[in-house]
Design a protein around this ligand. Sequence first.
Ligand code: PLP
Length: 387
Amino acid sequence: MTKKSLQTQLIHTDYVAPEGFDAFPPAIHHASTVLFKNAAAMRSGEWKEKNAYTYGLHGTPTTFTLEARLAEIEGGAHCLLAPSGLAAIAMVDFALLKSGDDVLLPDNVYNPNRELGRWLSNDFGITARYYDPLVGAGIADLIQPNTKLIWTEAPGSVSMEVPDLPAICAAARARGVLVALDNTWSAGLALRGFDLGVDIIMQALTKYQSGGSDVLMGAVITRERAVHDKLAMAHMRLGQGVSADDAYLVMRGLPSMKLRFEAHDAGARTVAAWLKTRPEITRVLHPAFADCPGHATWKRDFSGAGGLFSVIFDERYTEEQVDRFVDSLALFGLGYSWGGANSLVMPYRMSTIRRDWQGKGLLVRFNIGLEDTVDLIADIEQGLGKL
Ligand SMILES: *Cc1c(COP(=O)(O)O)cnc(C)c1O
């Protein structure tokens, strides 16, 4: 080639880095455009097969690697990444539901999932109906001929009821209905959803997988190729690409995830047990505690619990008082989400997120981070003093 002008040299180079570089971190491949070797390669590439690279949206070595690793961790065969956990939920709904269909959601479902259900009901000709999270085999009575999908969440991430997944899955399977599990609470570590009969597992990687409180991402994991193919079409049609840098951040969290999860779990049980002794608190909603709804199911199906639980304050305390408690905490940030090193707290107005909430007394959710529980308990103790 003739000598290039300075302007072209700024864009094209003949330099090729030496081969043979290797390191533990996976390479971060940034790409919108993916280059094909030649026209024949371009024409033969099939994005759905993941055996060729066609466009940034359909994947790079970075995102393929993260998908494969997540599928392996959950015991699935296929995985698709989405820009957030909620985007992953939307991928499932838009892949599997169409006008005239029916979807069942638990009453304790992650609230934005409920909002999506409302949208599907109001504007898309799909009915979204809600069931008691402790319904178990009784779900059979709710399944209609047009029911296509049952969402489950184990446990509900605010009120903590643990569903009987094998019973729900058996009833669904008998009627040819797919079951999707939001498995974020267990990070895919403490609950083996596919072994219990679930068809689709959704994860908010935003939480434990990342562990850094610095990235939003979601995943949808499946075993059946036919279900995966429908999801892949929705992923493509909705343009749910993720950035290589974000995929890298999530991958960076994986090696330490189990150790972090176990530390969150131990810390949460310590703090929850202390809260249980306090006269200000009437109930501790932690699935590992005997009085949590669905505790026996948790014991049967789970191997751990992570860092998230809720408490109910005695009904004599007003919202103003409980807000004062929340504001007075020094080590607990006031914020949504969980799975990072920092402890968090969040008061909920249950009547705004549950149609059937009976309880009196205000609910506050704790996410126990990785701080020393002696310091966390001292902080909560001084906060209770402000009530
Ligand atoms: C956080 C969360 C989601 C959504 O994840 P984002 O990445 O924040 O969109 C979904 N389900 C549960 C149970 C969650 O905790």
